[in-house]
Design a protein around this ligand. Structure first.
Ligand code: PGA
Length: 257
């Protein structure tokens, strides 16, 4: 089964116009070397316009870090509608990143609404899910992943997963320098596919599953060698061109196998 290989940079709340321009100059210059994979960057929303202009004409895709779950525009101060993201050229939008869940109280239900709204707006949702360290230690990793995934399948319907990406990001590995082992990542990804296959085997086999959590230039290759790991969602290492490009190179090397 050949699936899209994808490396997405999640800049989180980092960057400035100058820093973004310097980073993108290098990425745009090198991007054509990575034609076997898809490369995307998710800057803070205020930079989407500028970043979109700078990557215009290159194969790099644009993504947003979040969107409002509301389907209709209106009185939602501070929020950003999916149509606005689409208007500024976004292809992807992250939904349910663990920082949104843990710091901003996003529930499984709200994440599922965001997923649905993203697709209504013509965006490809990147559904982020993953267990905490406490979940892993008490043996509930699979139960947590199932709960987070099932909430979306229940709201959106299994067919919606045909046009989506899933990112497995164990919370204990995000920004900690403590990455999941390739075996741990593979086990979680295989579980997610089995869970989806209970509803639709074809969709389970075709949805790209990204790993995220302290991926860097050194560990990317061993993660991407896993049969159910189709690429990465990269935080810290996406802020440095050399590191991000090395990760893209690792994804592309896997693509050739
Ligand atoms: P990290 O972040 O690569 O800095 O661990 C990943 C993410 O949160 O998407």
């Amino acid at each position: 089964m050949s699936r899209t290989r994808l490396v997405i940079g999640n800049w989180k709340m980092n960057g400035s116009r100058d820093d973004n321009a310097a980073l993108l100059r290098e990425l745009v210059f090198e991007a054509k070397k990575y034609s076997a994979i898809e490369m995307a960057v998710c800057p803070p929303a205020v930079y989407l316009d500028g970043v979109g202009q700078q990557i215009g004409g290159s194969p790099i895709r644009l993504g947003a870090q979040d969107l409002c779950e509301q389907a209709a525009a209106g009185a939602f101060t501070g929020e950003i509608h999916g149509n606005m993201l689409k208007e500024f050229g976004c292809r992807y939008v992250l939904v349910g990143h663990s920082e949104r869940r843990s710091l901003y109280g996003e529930t499984d239900e709200r994440v599922a609404q965001k997923f649905v709204t993203a697709q209504v707006c013509g965006l490809v949702p990147v559904l982020c899910l993953g267990e905490t360290l406490a979940d892993r230690e008490d043996g509930s990793t699979e139960a947590v992943l199932a709960r987070q995934l099932d909430a979306v399948v229940a709201s959106a319907g299994i067919a919606a997963l045909r046009d989506a990406v899933i990112a497995y990001e164990p919370v204990w590995a995000i920004g900690t320098g403590r990455t999941a082992s390739p075996e741990q990542a593979q086990a979680a990804h295989a579980f997610l596919r089995r869970r989806l296959a209970e509803s639709d085997a074809k969709i389970a086999g075709s949805v790209p599953l990204l790993y995220g959590g302290s991926v860097n230039a050194e560990n990317a290759a061993s993660l991407f060698e896993q049969p159910d790991v189709d690429g990465g969602l990269i935080g810290g290492a996406s802020l440095k061109a050399s590191a991000f490009l090395a990760i893209c190179a690792a994804a592309q090397a896997r693509n050739g196998q």
